[in-house]
Design a binder for this molecule. Structure first.
Ligand code: FAD
Length: 529
């Protein structure tokens, strides 16, 4: 008989992560006839990067001229690393699925003429509605149930996952789901930087996938920082379109590329930066307050009028959440190198639509919708092919879960997290990279990896944090190993020692490995490379 603190379930498809990508994956798998379980680290509907935010999305009816115009506008910024076929596919699927939301009764706002406006999804409403749709589709939801490791069968196929259960992070309860396929939709990795909605996004899915044998791509495109009022978590960039930036003495900050670049240039010299949203006219001010209410909370709390009074600003790392890198997809069904394992949303590399740049402002949200739906369908199809097989299952988890060495003393997860953050959060390490800096950080991160690989977490601590620490170290090592190989500046991968773009490097970089991390140029970089 199973241990009473273990919940064991059978399913065709297990989805890990219940943000937009995971909920769309669960719905699509259920539509395809699969029995689906969805497990989330937090509460489905309030967890992840979309839930506390507003996300613009690609909502383009099938008018080839309009779609082509959007692609043409985005294309130069992808710097040779995107795939037009994927962009078209994501636009089409995003449009269809957003209309499905409307058909299911989602209350889209209407403009002054009474026309519904569907290109913006208000996070809390959207994700609450997705939870309802998932429930109606018959999916079993496990809240507060972080996946910790994948289960593999004797042939190396993914056969489920196991994780922790219970509201208390050290409750000792566990769950196991035996499934025919798994979709990883655990979001990106923002290294617990306190950016909006990112407190649960620690790269867990990337580590689980790599342990099972998957590889990654585009991990060097991971250094997106979000602008926020100093001390605030609200990294929503839209209001800053209308900002003027000044130094402490009131002189303008020299423009360097985009807004984040301008602010980073001053902050890295130790010079505080102030902003005021004085470029917004009266009409815009009203519209901004109405459409982005969460952006104004920090100001209202501090009693500041951001349109007339200046306020200090900061940059918070959003890593691969609004960056690009992630698990490599091997086909249009969002499969990975590992049979039975699918990836979607921020957990998957988004180079196909973003190339060397962030897909912020619409593409990212649509990527989550489209790849979620494709991965769900793909996983359901794979699971059908495995029905009826008797499968032995092996747990694939390593660092942070079960010590690989015989070290007697344990490690303290919070200390390891802080040491990892010291290598990835500072602007002069990650926003502005150099070969020497990357080498130095990699040496520290390799040491941290050995620590979590060989030792058990100290007793009495938070076992989930131990696994998160391992995932953050692994993610940082793939990021920097890839950045080491990109000996140029391309999009969001900036090298101070290599400021120019090198035409010979107009290819993707794949990476992977656990104890020995590797990165290498993609032989060819199409979606099925
Ligand atoms: C401040 C901000 C503003 C943004 N604005 C825009 C925008 O305007 N337009 C746009 O296109 N994009 C925007 N983005 C990006 C967009 O939010 C993401 O691309 C999108 O949320 C990705 O969806 P996802 O489902 O992959 O990940 P998420 O929404 O982050 O969901 C991931 C889920 O996985 C769960 N999870 C994590 N680890 C585990 C685990 N081990 N086991 C189980 N579950 C786990 C989390 O709890 C979470 O629920 C913004 C991002 C931020 C941070």
């Amino acid at each position: 008989m199973a241990d009473p603190s273990t919940l064991t379930l059978d399913a065709d498809v297990l989805v890990l992560g219940g943000g937009p990508a995971g909920t769309w994956a669960a719905i699509a798998a259920a539509e395809a006839g699969a029995k689906v379980v969805l497990a989330d680290k937090g509460y489905v509907g309030t967890s992840g990067a979309t839930a506390p935010s507003n996300t613009g999305a690609w909502y383009l009816p099938p008018d080839p001229g309009r779609r082509e115009a959007v692609i043409a506008q985005r294309w130069p910024g992808t710097l040779g690393l995107a795939d037009r076929g994927w962009m078209e596919r994501v636009m089409e699927l995003s449009w269809r699925r957003i209309d499905q939301l409307a058909d299911s009764g989602y209350p889209f706002p209407v403009d002054e003429t009474g026309r519904p406006y569907r290109a913006n999804l208000r996070g809390p409403d959207y994700m609450r509605f997705m939870r309802q749709l998932v429930g109606k589709a018959g999916v079993r939801i496990l809240d507060h149930a972080p996946g910790l490791e994948l289960l593999l069968d004797g042939d190396g196929r993914v056969a489920g996952a196991a994780g922790a259960a219970g509201r208390r992070r050290n409750s000792g309860e566990i769950w196991r789901v035996h499934s025919g396929a798994v979709v990883i939709a655990t979001g990106g990795c923002a290294f617990l930087s306190r950016a909006l909605g990112c407190n649960v996004l620690t790269g867990d899915g990337l580590l689980m996938a790599a342990e099972a044998g998957a590889d990654l791509s585009g991990m060097e495109f991971s250094s997106v920082y979000g602008l926020a009022p100093l001390g605030s978590a609200v990294t929503k960039g839209l209001p800053f379109f209308w900002a003027s930036f000044t130094h402490e003495d009131g002189t303008p900050v020299e423009t360097q590329g985009d807004r984040a670049g301008t602010v980073a240039g001053a902050l890295v010299q130790g010079r505080p930066v102030y902003a005021v949203l004085d470029r917004a006219d009266e009409a815009l001010r009203g519209w901004l307050r109405k459409s982005q209410p969460n952006c104004f909370l920090p100001f209202d709390r501090a009693g500041i009028d951001p349109f007339t009074q200046r306020f200090p600003v900061n940059l918070r790392l959003e890593g691969t959440v609004r960056g690009t890198g992630g698990i490599r997809l091997t086909g249009e069904d969002c499969a990975t190198l590992v049979p039975g394992l699918y990836a979607a949303g921020d957990a998957a590399t988004r180079e196909d639509i973003g190339g060397a740049n962030t897909g912020a402002g619409g593409p990212n949200a649509s990527w989550a919708i489209a790849t979620g739906a494709l991965a769900g369908q793909g996983a359901a199809g794979f699971a059908r092919g495995t029905a009826g097989r008797d499968r032995r299952r092996f747990a694939a988890g390593t660092a942070g879960l079960r010590p690989g060495g015989r070290e007697a003393s344990g490690f303290a997860p919070d200390e390891v997290v802080r040491a990892t953050q010291a290598e990835v959060l500072p602007l002069d390490r990650n926003y502005y990279r150099s070969g020497a800096g990357l080498d130095a950080s990699l040496a520290v991160l390799d040491g941290l990896w050995r620590e979590v690989r060989d030792r058990a977490p100290r007793p009495g601590g938070d076992p989930i944090r131990a696994r998160e620490a391992a995932a953050m170290i692994a993610t940082a090592r793939w990021m920097y190993a890839s950045a080491r190989l990109r000996t140029e500046t391309r999009g969001i991968s900036k090298r101070t020692d290599r400021p120019g773009t090198d035409a010979a490097l107009a290819h993707r970089i794949h990476s992977g490995g656990l104890d020995a991390v590797w990165a290498r140029p993609a032989a060819s970089w199409g979606a099925s490379a």
